[in-house]
Design a binder for this molecule. Sequence first.
Ligand code: ADP
Ligand code: MG
Length: 626
Amino acid sequence: RSNAQKFEFQAEVSRLMDILINSLYSNKDIFLRELISNASDALDKIRFLSLTDKEILGEGDDATLEIQIKLDKEKKILSIRDRGIGMTKEDLIKNLGTIAKSGTSAFVEKMQTSGDLNLIGQFGVGFYSVYLVADYVEVISKHNDDKQHVWESKADGAFAISEDTWNEPLGRGTEIRLHLRDEAGEYAEEAKLKELVKKYSEFINFPIRLWASKEVDVEVPSDEDDSSEEEEKTEETSTEEEGEDDDSEKGEDEDEKKSKTKTVKETTYEWELLNDVKAIWLRSPKEVTDEEYAKFYKSLAKDFSDEKPLAWSHFNAEGDVEFKSVLFVPPKAPQDLYESYYNANKSNLKLYVRRVFISDEFDELLPKYLSFLMGLVDSDTLPLNVSREMLQQHSSLKTIKKKLIRKALDMIRKIADEDPDESNDKEKKDVEESDDNDEKKGQYTKFWNEFGKSIKLGIIEDAANRNRLAKLLRFESTKSDGKLASLDQYIKRMKSGQKDIFYITGTTKEQLEKSPFLERLIKKNYEVIFFTDPVDEYLMQYLMDYEDKKFQNVSKEGLKLGKDSKGKELKESFKDLTKWWKGILASENVDDVKISNRLSDSPCVVVTSKYGWSSNMERIMQSQTL
Ligand code: ADP
Ligand code: MG
């Protein structure tokens, strides 16, 4: 084309496309859901802009926010069209080729190791999946601020962009035309497309329509008799008035018709609606099946692997601030969950206001430590016609956040409550042991391994919910027998007369088990918690007590193991020794030398002061400054 301008794909993008094209990956279906998801995003964007500027939608067809799929069976062209926000020429250049998203190389790497393309959408490169099924792709797009342009590429390292002077004007939006490869012939079948939309795009909140063929019976004249056409017309009117007709007369009419016409099959086309657009969160939680929630999770998370969410919560908040919400605990933590914890404001909650999608980058809805949750909030109270910035200031957000935290913590507690592994109570265990529980078995350990650190960060950051979060805490201890224990279990096992909850911090359980600090405690049958995660040191600076029990680091000053009658006597008789020792060690920065009842075999031990850092904390701080 004469006005075409050529561009080269950014290197990583080019590599990605090469891999996709040559991929032997069998599940090529995924391209359709990626295109539909992009179309839906584009529609969300224009609808959001229209809240503050009504004109922007245009009129008639342009204002119809839906997704249309059309097939040219002969030419093997599949097109997906939306009337979303569209792309300017510059958008086409940037979004589809020259700017690599941060996820591009991460995805390439992942694909090379696992070969699994299912997560492509999570990496922000879903569009390129079109090359699984097409060898030539055209993207025709019209944005309100620009003329209509065509982007095209045969995935040969380059793409071209031209001002569109030959296609039909789109009004606004984007049409993606896939020229299907020979091996991808199945996608030129309506039945296949219908199946895919059902399977993967069930929860798209815009109508998805297919230009579908339909076989209809048509009456045609049975001979060349010219008069029959007029007869047909009269018949039509007579059937409409059916109710008033005399039966016998009608019978005669039909007889007449049969003799002059015959029925033939004819193919007509119409826009067939493929999805049910009623949003899942507007339905009553009782009506929605577990399977539907699991599928909804997949579409939200763009995670089409086989793993189910660990838990979900679907509720309606009523009162001053009304909203509906569905929250999910994903089966796995994303790799970068804690890497960018303090810098990134990442939210996985989508915010809707009265069914209209507002944003998925709204970080006022949940505190950071719960940012691993997926889901959405649909508010009836927030105003629709204000900017995102103004929404961010709105007073009801605080209430929403508070309720969401409560519900989230309840949901997490429920994973533990329903997990038969969690219960140490034998009787309860026997009663609840059933097939139904197989699925729940071990789920809390799974949760803890993936997200335990978030709970700890929560204890540090969220004073208002500290106790609720402490209930969710798990750890190993001298009595946990290789499994995880909770504070409630610890308290149940406390010895009579024991006032404090004992713990020790260090790098590994194995190292701690050999610690002289434990000798006597173990001998006296006290339980001691092992805290081996660096974050635990910080955690214990915030977690002072639980259920009226104080926490005592057994390597610190202040350990009380009940009354020791010989204490005073010993102190007196070793007075000279302790004094002498203190004199010698004073130069080594030792505060005091004392007689102690905390040891049984080792002759002495260095204890840190109550308010200072533990030796483990010193080690952590040292490794951070190095
Ligand atoms: P993601 O959707 O995760 O951003 P994609 O590779 O699927 O990644 O799409 C890349 C970008 O191309 C999108 O972010 C969007 O800006 C643009 N885009 C793709 N399809 C459309 C469309 N139908 N309408 C408007 N923009 C689109
Ligand atoms: Mg996408």
